[in-house]
Ligand binder design. Structure first.
Ligand SMILES: Nc1ncnc2c1ncn2[C@@H]1O[C@H](COP(=O)(O)OP(=O)(O)OP(=O)(O)O)[C@@H](O)[C@H]1O
Ligand SMILES: [Mg+2]
Length: 370
């Protein structure tokens, strides 16, 4: 069982026991989008490094020839979104786990098209913190026939591993994120918190909250509709507004958004509504952080407080780190420091998965049998 193998294994070193022709894959399978990296064993060069929206489009019945590119019946990622009016769109994932096995298998098959043919494929796949046996089994089922061997590892841990800069480990003052940190990955479907303290996290080190970007979208839609009952914004417009303006902290009264509604330009004054839409997320994360700190060894807490890292798309909400840090300070924690991983947040889980794949021992790989 790879769970046992990963749970008891110390942080990987950069050595590998896999065959030369094998393709190693790092796969962050997100609710909203996925990041995939691949290389051959023994090489640090990436063959693939792509972000693909986690969506599959099945062509509607009765479409005329020439409407869809090459008259495809199944489209993926950006192409599915581009031709969305001619397709039935299906998201394989919900709340961070597989929700629809058929589209999940199709999506995984599509990922393989980005890799060289005819090799052995071994993938380290990120799963939400505390993913249960059913969620894990669904991942294995979906990638059967696509990858030959897999290891499933919690996403926040992979983010920490991906964020680690091995070239600076000996540097004075470099804070190794894998040593003692709290990673908070706020995605579309789930927010995952994970203590990373030098070993693969145990289930108790992690919290997964099924509330993240998608829930903020629903909240914002509701708030806007309450203020402007005749505004009929699509969820895509709401997400656009959120990604541009979402904030935490003191209420902003000066956010004016222009949208075309029913073919007519409208001006929406929604600073307050946007502020309201992120409140629940902030509260849940704050509570989660306190729970995680309470679980850590007391001697590790002073350093842990210096290493609270926000990642995932939700980390891009303006002032998130500052506001969370202030809440912790006001609650009496000693000089907490909350930072965001950066704008390129999307690549860290897959990067960590690549590192874990390169370092994995033969016995850690779980063979998938058709
Ligand atoms: N600038 C931004 N401000 C607020 N939210 C943002 C911003 N950019 C992206 N997001 C949101 O982040 C979420 C996507 O994050 P991410 O790509 O980390 O999720 P995911 O990995 O696909 O999902 P999960 O980890 O839950 O399976 C979406 O809800 C998206 O709207
Ligand atoms: Mg994610």
């Amino acid at each position: 069982m790879e769970e046992n193998a990963t749970e008891t294994t110390p942080i990987p070193t950069m050595s590998s026991n896999t065959a030369a022709e094998t393709i190693l894959v790092g796969f962050d399978w997100g609710t909203n989008s996925s990041c995939i990296m691949a290389s051959t064993t023994g090489s640090n060069d990436l063959l693939t490094n792509e972000i693909i929206p986690s969506i599959v489009g099945y062509a509607k019945e009765g479409l005329l020839e020439g409407i869809l590119p090459s008259d495809k019946t199944v489209l993926f990622g950006k192409e599915a979104l581009k031709y969305r009016i001619y397709c039935q769109l299906q998201r394989p994932m919900r709340n961070g786990v597989i929700d629809d096995l058929k589209s999940a298998s199709d999506y995984a098959g599509h990922i393989k098209e980005h890799l060289p043919e005819g090799r052995e494929y071994r993938a380290v796949i990120g799963v939400p913190a505390r993913a249960d046996q059913i969620a894990r089994e669904n991942v294995r089922t979906a990638v059967k026939g696509v990858f030959d061997k897999v290891i499933l590892i919690p996403e926040p841990f992979l983010a920490a591993l991906g964020y680690r800069d091995e070239s600076r480990l000996k540097e004075d003052g470099y804070i190794d994120p894998v040593n003692n940190s709290l990673f908070i990955d706020i995605g579309a479907g789930s927010s995952d918190l994970c203590l990373v303290q030098g070993y693969y996290p145990q289930p108790d080190d992690q919290i997964s909250i099924p509330y993240a970007g998608d829930a903020v979208d629903a909240e914002l839609s509701k708030e806007i509709l309450q203020k402007y009952p005749d505004s009929d914004l699509s969820i895509h417009s709401v997400i656009e507004i959120k990604e541009e303006h979402a904030y935490m902290g003191p209420q902003k009264s000066d956010i004016i958004v222009k949208k075309i509604i029913g073919g007519k330009p409208r001006t929406l004054d929604i600073g307050y509504e946007i502020g309201q839409s992120t409140l629940t997320l902030l509260d849940l994360i704050f509570e989660g952080v306190k729970q995680e700190i309470a679980k850590a060894n007391p001697d590790s807490v002073p350093e842990l407080l210096q290493n609270i890292v926000l990642t995932g798309g939700g980390s891009q909400i303006k002032n998130f780190a500052e506001v969370l840090q202030k809440m912790l300070e006001d609650d009496g924690y000693e000089q907490p420091k909350v930072r965001i991983i950066g704008e390129n947040y999307k690549e860290f889980v897959a990067k960590g998965a690549m590192k874990a794949a390169r370092a994995a021992k033969e016995r850690q790989w779980q063979t998938l049998i058709d």
